[in-house]
Write a protein that binds this ligand. Structure first.
Ligand SMILES: Nc1ncnc2c1ncn2[C@@H]1O[C@H](COP(=O)(O)OP(=O)(O)O)[C@@H](O)[C@H]1O
Ligand SMILES: [Mg+2]
Length: 234
């Protein structure tokens, strides 16, 4: 199994009271699956993704990526796992303003000290996300939707096994949302699993499964299908 999330929990304190932003969440993902997580603002979606990427330590539970418990790895092995297997598109804009779009997309390649030359792959990814014409532009010259696409291309430059995207379509118009969702579905079809948080009800049409979160818990799982007919699995 590519991803196994077991009883994952993250507690925070609000004043004196402790509460669980993520509360004993369990689910698995196989290679090439496209799974979305929906839920109201504050239901714990971003916290869950931050735990799965290892950016945040849980107060309980475990995450296994390709059979390895990510919270038991030392820094070196965790960095290796993260670079080689995970791509992450954060909810907030994260492009470096002094680098061109092309250099932003190539950056993880240089930081991970891989052999070879990423330019061809970076150009192909920019083409696939529809912003090849912006390769030489700087982030300040781009719209919100274009910046999201830069972040997606950058997250894919190292050919991860799992792409994690936090609201990749928020603030996008309908047409751009559709294009980004279609692209993510094609990424999954080519074998990279995609775990996406979204507000978009229509996104389920593009996904194999949709998980619903409420007050930190997974409350319901539904399976979507390519024809867009929504059928409840559990
Ligand atoms: N660092 C933090 N300290 C305390 N509470 C937090 C922290 N981060 C998030 N929370 C709280 O955890 C809950 C879930 O937040 P979040 O995961 O960002 O929700 P979502 O992404 O679904 O909108 C919210 O109530 C939020 O206020
Ligand atoms: Mg969020």
């Amino acid at each position: 199994m590519l991803l196994e999330v077991n009883q994952l929990t993250r507690e925070y304190k609000r004043g004196r009271e402790a509460f669980r932003a993520v509360d004993e969440v369990s689910f698995t993902m196989a290679d090439g699956e496209f799974v979305s997580i929906r839920g109201r603002s504050g239901s714990g979606k971003s916290t869950l993704l931050n735990l799965i990427t290892g950016l945040l330590q849980p107060t309980g539970g475990s995450v296994f990526l390709d059979g390895e418990n990510i919270f038991e790895l030392d820094d070196r092995n965790y960095s290796y796992l993260r670079n080689s297997k995970l791509g992450y598109v954060s909810q907030v804009q994260s492009a470096l303003s002094n680098l061109t779009v092309m250099d932003n997309v190539r950056l993880p390649f240089f930081l991970s000290k891989r052999d070879g030359e990423p330019s061809e792959r970076a150009a192909a990814l920019l083409e696939q996300v529809g912003i090849a014409h912006l390769a030489k532009a700087y982030p300040a010259q781009l719209s919100g939707g274009e910046l999201k696409r830069v972040a997606i291309a950058r997250a894919l430059i190292l050919s991860p096994e799992l792409l994690i995207a936090d609201e990749p379509t928020c603030d996008l118009d309908l047409q751009t949302t559709k294009e980004v969702l279609e692209f993510l579905a094609s990424v999954a079809q080519r074998g990279t699993a995609v775990l996406m948080v979204t507000h978009e009800a229509d996104a389920s049409e593009y996904c194999n499964r949709t998980l619903f979160m409420e007050s930190g818990k997974l409350v319901h799982i539904a399976s979507g299908n390519p024809s867009g007919i929504f059928c409840s699995a559990i």
